[in-house]
Structures are given as C-alpha cells and as structure tokens.
Design a binder for this molecule. Structure first.
Ligand SMILES: [Zn+2]
Length: 291
C-alpha cells in the first residue's frame, strides 16, 4: 500500500516538525524566564542597596546631630564655667579674700578635643552628653550659691568696707592657728575657732576694724570677752581679757583699745584668743589680717 505509506511518512514529518517547534518554544521560554529572574534579582539588589544607603545617611545625620549636641553642651558648660569664675572673683573681691586660682584649663581642653576630633562614636557621645549634663547641673548649682553669696556681700554696703577687720588686735606671735588641733588640755583633738596671739599681760587689745560692741562681759570659757559687729554679718571676738574698756552698744573705730590681754576663762597663760565670724561661723582670721 504505497499511498498509505506516503500518508504515514507525511504524518511522521509533521509530527517531527511540531516536536521541533515545541522544543524551540520551550527553550526560548526558558531563556526569557531566566532573564526575567535575573532582572528581578538585580532589581531586588538595587532596592536593597538603596535601603542601605538610606540607613547610612540616617546614621551619619544622627551622628552629626549628636556631635552638635555634644558641642552645644560643651559650649554651655564653658559659658557656665566662665560665669562661675567671674562670680567667684567678684565674691572673693567683695569678701576681701585673697585671689585663689580657678582651675578651668581642664574644661577648655575637653572643649578643644571634642572640637577637633570627629571620631566620637554615638555610644561615647551619649555617655559624654550624660556626664556633661551632670557637670553642667553641678556648675549651675554652684553658680547659684555664688550669686547668693555675692548679693549677701553686696548687702554689707559701702560704709561696711571701712569696718572690715584687717588690723592686728595685738602684735605678737601666733602660738596656735585656726583649725583642728590637739587639745592643750589633753582631751584629744578639737576645733580651734580662732588664733592665739602671744602677748604680755595687760597689753592693750585693739578693735580690728570699726563697728559696734555687741557683747562686753564674762564667759566661762572665753573669760573677759568683747564682741564687735562690723556689719554684713561679720563679727570679731577678743577673749581671755583681764580688763574691758568698752560697753555693749558702744561704737568703736579700728585700732581703738577695747580691753587688756589676760588669762581669764579657759586659758593656760596670758594671750589673746581672737576670732572672726561670718554669719556666726568661725573663719580663719589670718584671711582678713593685714600681713
Ligand atoms: Zn584660742
């Protein structure tokens, strides 16, 4: 059957052609799919890179902000410290105290270091900010105390400065300084609230500055005692006196004889126990006495 054979051969040819076309389509489809997948992966990678870039930018912005905060805090602290130093100087000037050095270079160094270096990382910046905030608070508190002290001292007024007790009440050796000492009575350590000036019995004791006598009498410990108020909560005490030349309420001027050296009260020998009190608290009289 040649016809049937021809038909059969033709059909086989068609089947083969169809199969070839199908394979070609499949290969093309696979290539297209792979290309698409690669494009998608690339798109994902680009998106991820974009996100990372955003994160990095945010981090840099945050670090810049932190640096600015640190710099601001350092600035504030430097300003507070400067104000503190000025107030301290004013307070000392008003109180007639010796100028003592204010130690600020350390803070200036900190400011310089933070200014110059951009290597402060966020954790350190946070810690630094915390510490600075604390120091800033402390400085502000101290500054307030200085302001109060300055006002108190200003209250003493003009006429008071003439009464500041800078004169030696008697001339002589300081045999016992102000402060904690071993008790001369063998009772351990005690606070000596004044200075003992060695002087002969009966020598005149002079007011260290002008003021008003607020006490002139006897005291079990101090013996013959004169207290002079100089204004501005500043008082001077003259103890162990053998004689009193003034009475309560009397105005005295600096250098005026107010009593005589003695050994009355709790005293081992003739000397003057001299005290300076600020608002009732004993301070070292040597701070006030002229050299
Ligand atoms: Zn004494």
């Amino acid at each position: 059957m040649p016809a049937a054979r021809v038909i059969s051969r033709a059909a086989r040819g068609w089947r083969l052609a169809t199969a070839l076309v199908l394979v070609a389509v499949a290969v093309a489809a696979a290539q297209v799919w792979r290309a698409e997948r690669q494009t998608a992966a690339l798109r994902d990678e680009v998106a991820w890179l974009h996100t990372r870039l955003g994160d990095e930018r945010e981090l840099i912005t945050r670090q810049r902000r932190e640096m600015a905060q640190v710099a601001g805090a350092v600035d504030r602290l430097a300003r507070t410290t400067a104000a503190l130093g000025e107030r301290g100087a004013e307070a000392r000037r008003l109180a007639h105290m010796a100028e003592s050095r204010v130690e600020t270079p350390a803070l200036v160094n900190v400011a310089a270091r933070l200014d110059g270096g951009g290597s402060v990382v966020s954790e350190d910046a946070g810690r630094a900010l915390e510490e600075l905030a604390w120091v800033d608070g402390q400085a502000a508190v101290a500054s307030d105390s200085f302001a109060v002290l300055t006002v108190l001292l200003k209250d003493r007024g003009e006429d008071v400065s003439r009464g500041v007790p800078t004169l030696w009440p008697v001339r002589g050796l300081v045999t016992s300084p102000f402060g904690v000492r071993t008790s001369p009575y063998g009772e351990g350590r005690e606070m000596h609230p004044g200075i003992d000036i060695s002087a002969h019995y009966g020598m005149p004791v002079r007011a260290a500055g002008s003021g008003e006598v607020t006490f002139a009498g006897r005291d079990p410990g101090y013996g013959g005692l004169v207290v002079v108020a100089h204004g501005g909560k500043l008082d001077t005490l003259y103890a162990h006196l053998s004689a009193l030349y003034v009475r309560e309420g009397q105005r005295v001027h600096g250098g005026q004889a107010i009593g005589a050296v003695g050994a009355t009260g709790r005293a081992t020998g003739a000397h003057l126990h001299y005290e300076v009190r600020v608002a009732g608290a004993p301070v070292d009289p040597r701070r006030y006495l002229a050299k």
